[in-house]
Design a protein around this ligand. Structure first.
Ligand SMILES: *[C@@H]1O[C@H](CO)[C@@H](O)[C@H](O)[C@H]1NC(C)=O
Ligand SMILES: *[C@@H]1O[C@H](CO)[C@@H](O)[C@H](O)[C@H]1NC(C)=O
Ligand SMILES: *[C@@H]1O[C@H](CO)[C@@H](O)[C@H](O)[C@H]1NC(C)=O
Ligand SMILES: *[C@@H]1O[C@H](CO)[C@@H](O)[C@H](O)[C@H]1NC(C)=O
Length: 606
């Protein structure tokens, strides 16, 4: 009896297993490329169509390339099965250092292939195809800067027999890196082949439209763990973004553990675990450089300075910051918390110089960000020490006098930047200062780049351009990633609501913003590019990925390609790019049901 039941159970189990395997082998849908879209066809006809991934690789003018190349592109219609071990790399580099860097970049590329195979989850179908990748790099740059030539050419040809030749030529290692990134987008795991497939005939010629293609991450409002920053760098590199702007410090916390001024983190970090050492940041900077990304540090001042700056009196240095933690902020400051640096205390500049030196150790930046936004004069105006100083200068207490004081702060701070870094460009945010007629007398266009965070319709954008400033765009109506959540200082929604969908980011075109204000042919050298801004009052590692991605991909294509078309032309590739980000370990938000990924071009209304 017992045996019979057992037999029946085993039998039932066997039936279930064979049903499962039957369902599995039949569950591979097939697609055809029709009018540039992959159309879901059939499940049972083994001779029809291809896998979705293979269809996407070769369908449409750009296949799955993101961001779209700016030069000539040819993508053939066939793929070849490849396995990761069969890639051979031959590198011509001009120096050993350049070769070492390129080899690190090649290792990252190999990692992409290995992770595609891991996604397949089975032993790949054996293949004898050899893929010979020949890399020619003619210059010796090993640090990415705002002047780096990031261009490249990539060619894939399949020879008779079993050799696939890939040739990469680029002036710098950073162009090589971009070419490898593009190469990885011409390959994907294919369920039908049971291996990775690679498009077998390709030509791509490519260079970025803008030199400054960034994300800004605020690490003060909420601390962002190093692991989250590393993953953000990864995500940026997949999209050929090249600038990570760290808004390192603000009024809320001072997470930079400066060896020269340890008091800053002692008084300012949220906890022992919520700070970065120079060693941490140096390692992050190296990791980013290998991925074609430079880090631009920002030490925001004179405003947005409270926690970290309170220790002066305890050490006999006087007040380094004023109005710290003042609860009645009316007419005094924004916040909470309240706080602004003390521009008439000589020790403030001594501290800044030490901080600049320590940040040089970490990043050796080629531009430095001084913040300089949201200065309210109220706190200075109620501080006796400041009022006395103005009087000594023969000044009063009108707005123009406080702008003079602010100009004094900027000049003294710039002197310290120069002492530490030499005459590198510095960036400041738009503020009341950049709206004033006398801005040129306070900050000179020869040294200052202005990062725009006003709305795109703000007429000061054109006037700043006309006054000679170089510009970086982060206009808050389209390129702010923190908008559309609940308010953190009241009820309702936060100040820059609503949420900015990827379409808004994609369509935000700096040249169009300028053209709308009458600047038709701006000097391309002076329009550096842009950054999507991730302010973190309501974000930390738990939600960072979904807020950054895939919207960061949308701005990346705007900045790399400056595509003539609007978001609709990019939609199917963006939806695909989101899948790629997820496969590579980024928790990107879905932008549609997965059904839309499998049924291209039919989800959005006309
Ligand atoms: C299978 O697909 C091929 C190619 O699309 C087509 O020619 C053929 O008629 C299909 N067969 C069936 C049974 O649907
Ligand atoms: C806060 O300061 C403003 C301006 O000085 C003043 O009018 C107001 O009464 C103060 N509020 C409190 C609660 O002290
Ligand atoms: C500074 O305070 C004085 C005295 O209250 C006032 O007259 C002046 O308008 C204030 N200045 C500014 C720029 O608000
Ligand atoms: C700051 O420097 C600029 C440019 O050198 C100069 O014109 C201006 O007078 C200086 N302002 C102050 C307050 O020192």
């Amino acid at each position: 009896m017992v045996t019979q039941i057992l037999e029946r159970k085993i039998c039932a189990l066997f039936i279930v297993i064979s049903l499962v395997s039957l369902v599995n082998s039949a569950s591979i849908w097939r697609w055809d490329c029709e009018n540039e879209f992959c159309v879901k066809k059939s499940k049972n006809n083994a001779t029809a169509g291809t896998s979705l991934e293979t269809c996407k690789l070769v369908c449409g003018q750009y296949g799955t390339l993101w961001p779209v190349p700016t030069g000539d592109v040819f993508i053939g219609s066939a793929v070849v099965n490849v396995i990761s071990q069969n890639f051979v790399f031959e590198t011509n580099a001009v120096t050993d250092a350049s070769r070492v860097l390129i080899e690190e970049m090649v290792d990252i590329f190999r990692g992409y292939l290995v992770s595609m195979e891991a996604y397949g989850g089975i032993e790949p179908t054996p293949s004898n195809s050899m893929i010979v990748v020949k890399i020619d790099c003619s210059q010796d740059d090993i640090r990415i800067t705002y002047n780096t030539d990031e261009s490249y050419e990539l060619r894939i040809t399949q020879e008779l027999g079993e050799v696939v030749r890939v040739s990469i030529t680029a002036p710098t290692a950073f162009g090589v890196r971009h070419a490898l990134e593009t190469l990885s987008q011409l390959a994907a795991w294919d369920d039908l082949a049971g291996s990775v497939v690679l498009v077998n005939e390709v030509f791509v010629s490519d260079r970025p439209f803008y030199r400054h293609r960034g994300l800004m991450v605020d690490t003060s409002r909420n601390f962002i763990q190093l692991g989250d920053l590393y993953r953000t760098v990864d995500g940026m590199s997949y999209n050929k973004l090249n600038t990570l702007h760290l808004h390192l410090t603000d009024a809320h916390s001072f997470p930079f553990d400066s060896p020269s001024v340890p008091q800053m983190a002692v008084y300012g970090a949220y906890s022992e675990r919520k700070k970065y050492t120079v060693t941490d940041l140096k390692a992050l900077n190296e990791y980013a450089n290998t991925r074609g990304i430079r880090i631009v540090p920002e030490l925001d001042g004179p405003a947005h300075s409270a926690y970290g700056w309170q220790w002066g009196p305890d050490y006999g240095l006087g007040d380094l910051a004023l109005c710290v933690n003042r609860l009645n902020r009316t007419n005094v400051c924004i916040g909470p918390p309240c706080g602004i640096q003390n521009p008439v205390n000589e020790n403030t500049y001594g501290v800044l110089e030490l901080l600049f030196s320590d940040l040089k150790e970490a990043f050796s930046p080629d531009v430095f960000h001084l913040g300089a936004d949201e200065v309210k004069f109220g706190c200075w105006n109620i501080t006796e020490e400041i009022v006395d100083w103005l009087e000594d200068q023969g000044r009063g207490r009108e707005e123009v006098d406080f702008y003079y004081l602010w100009g004094y702060y900027q000049n003294r701070t710039l002197e310290k930047v120069d002492t530490v870094y030499g005459n590198i460009p510095v960036i400041v945010w738009t503020s009341s200062l950049t709206e004033e007629n006398f801005v040129e007398n306070v900050i000179t266009p020869e040294r200052y780049i202005v990062q725009i965070w006003t709305e795109s319709s703000e007429p000061s954008i054109a006037s700043l351009y006309n006054k000679g400033y170089d510009l970086i765009f982060s206009n808050s109506d389209n390129w702010y990633l923190d908008c559309g959540y609940g308010s953190w200082v009241g009820d309702g929604n936060n100040w820059c609501s609503p949420y900015k969908g990827w379409q808004l980011l994609y369509d935000n075109d700096p040249l169009e913003i300028l053209a709308n204000q009458g600047i038709l042919n701006p000097d391309p050298q002076r329009i550096w590019g842009g950054e999507a801004a991730m302010w973190t009052e309501q974000t930390d590692g738990g939600t960072l990925d979904g807020k950054l991605w895939p919207r960061g991909s949308a701005i990346a294509e705007r900045l790399w390609s400056n595509p003539p078309g609007k978001w609709r032309t990019a939609e199917k590739r963006l939806v695909h790019m989101r899948e790629v980000l997820c496969l590579r370990g980024i928790g990107a938000d879905p932008v549609q049901p997965h059904w839309c990924h499998q049924n291209e071009g039919v989800c959005y209304y006309e």
